[in-house]
Design a protein around this ligand. Structure first.
Ligand SMILES: [Zn+2]
Length: 210
C-alpha cells in the first residue's frame, strides 16, 4: 500500500493519502487544508483519487474537501450524524480565527460496517461517536492500520467539550470498537504521532481501570 501522511493546516491535521500500488487507485482521508501539497503527493505516486473520506466534520479535517473534489472528481463521504456540524463550519472558523471554507457538499454517508475500496485496498468503517456524533475510524485489516480521526491519540483521546461531544460515548466507542482490534494495529491519529492499539491498551491513561 502506498501511504503518505501529511500534517496540514494550522492545527496540523494528519491527512492520509492511501493508494493501491498496482492500480494506483487512491483514497484521501481528511484533506483539511494545503490541497496543493496533497495534489503533489497524488501526482508523485500517479494516483487516481476514488474517494475522499472525512473522519468528522471539524474544519481542520474537512476544510479542503471541496477543492480536492474539484481537482479530482472524487466523491466526499461523511457519516450523516455529522451533517449538522458541517453546517456550522463558519462558526467553527470563528472559534479558531480562521477564514470559513464555504459550503461543503457531501456525496454519500458512511455508516458502521460500510466498506471503502480503492483497487485492492479495502477499509472497514467503524462508527465511533464521542468526539462528534458522526466520528468514524477507517480500519485496513490487510495492512493492520487504523485511521482514527480525533477519536484516539497517542496517550490521549479526543476532546468531548465541543458541540456533539460526549465523554461517555467516546469511551464506549473506544472500548467496544477500537480496542477490539488486534494489538499490532498501527494507529494514525487525527493529530500527532502514530501509535499502536497494544501501546494504547497498555498505557493510555484514559483507557485504564475499566
Ligand atoms: Zn476534531
Amino acid at each position: 500500500m502506498i501511504h503518505e501522511i501529511l500534517p496540514v493546516g494550522p492545527l496540523q491535521c494528519n491527512c492520509s493519502v492511501v493508494g493501491d500500488e498496482s492500480t494506483h487507485e487512491a483514497i484521501v482521508i481528511d484533506p483539511g487544508d494545503e490541497i496543493e501539497q496533497i495534489l503533489a503527493l497524488i501526482r508523485k505516486h500517479h494516483l487516481q483519487v476514488k474517494q475522499i473520506v472525512i473522519t468528522h466534520a471539524h474544519i481542520d479535517h474537512v476544510g479542503g474537501a471541496m477543492k480536492l473534489r474539484a481537482a479530482t472528481g472524487a466523491p466526499i463521504l461523511l457519516n450523516q450524524n455529522d451533517y449538522a456540524l458541517l453546517k456550522m463550519l463558519d462558526v467553527q472558523a470563528g472559534w479558531l480565527g480562521m477564514p470559513a471554507p464555504g459550503k461543503v457538499e457531501i456525496d454519500q454517508s458512511l455508516g458502521h460496517a460500510d466498506t471503502v475500496k480503492a483497487g485492492s485496498l479495502s477499509a472497514q468503517v467503524l462508527h465511533t461517536p464521542g468526539h462528534t456524533e458522526g466520528s468514524i475510524c477507517l480500519y485496513f485489516p490487510a495492512e493492520h492500520k487504523l485511521i482514527a480521526g480525533d477519536t484516539l491519540f497517542a496517550g490521549s483521546i479526543g476532546r468531548t467539550d465541543l458541540p456533539g461531544g460526549s465523554y461517555e460515548k467516546i469511551l464506549h466507542s473506544i472500548h467496544d470498537r477500537v480496542l477490539a482490534l488486534p494489538d499490532e494495529t498501527i494507529v494514525i491519529p487525527g493529530h500527532g504521532p502514530l501509535t499502536t492499539i497494544g501501546e494504547e491498551r497498555e498505557s493510555n491513561p484514559f483507557l485504564q481501570n475499566r
